[in-house]
Ligand binder design. Structure first.
Ligand SMILES: [Zn+2]
Length: 77
């Protein structure tokens, strides 16, 4: 009986893992990408761009584009 329960738990865990893995690409595709803008610039950047040394304000890519920000040519977000 105990072995059966362990097997069941293992099965549920494996199933949860599998669904997480299969769902992840869809979630990533649906979720908005976070980019970063600066206080003064009119461009948005990928994380780690040199231009973000002074200020680094996270914003969704869609929002940034809506507000008139354009992608940085250096980091190509
Ligand atoms: Zn940049």
């Amino acid at each position: 009986m105990k072995r059966c329960a362990v097997f069941l738990m293992l099965f549920v865990f494996t199933a949860a893992c599998a669904s997480l893995i299969t769902c992840r690409p869809v979630a990533t595709y649906a979720a908005d990408v976070t980019v970063y803008i600066t206080k003064t610039g009119r461009k948005y950047h990928a994380d780690g761009c040199r231009s973000l040394l002074r200020s680094r304000i996270p914003i969704s890519k869609t929002d940034a584009a809506k507000r008139g920000y354009t992608p940085c040519k250096n980091c190509k977000p």
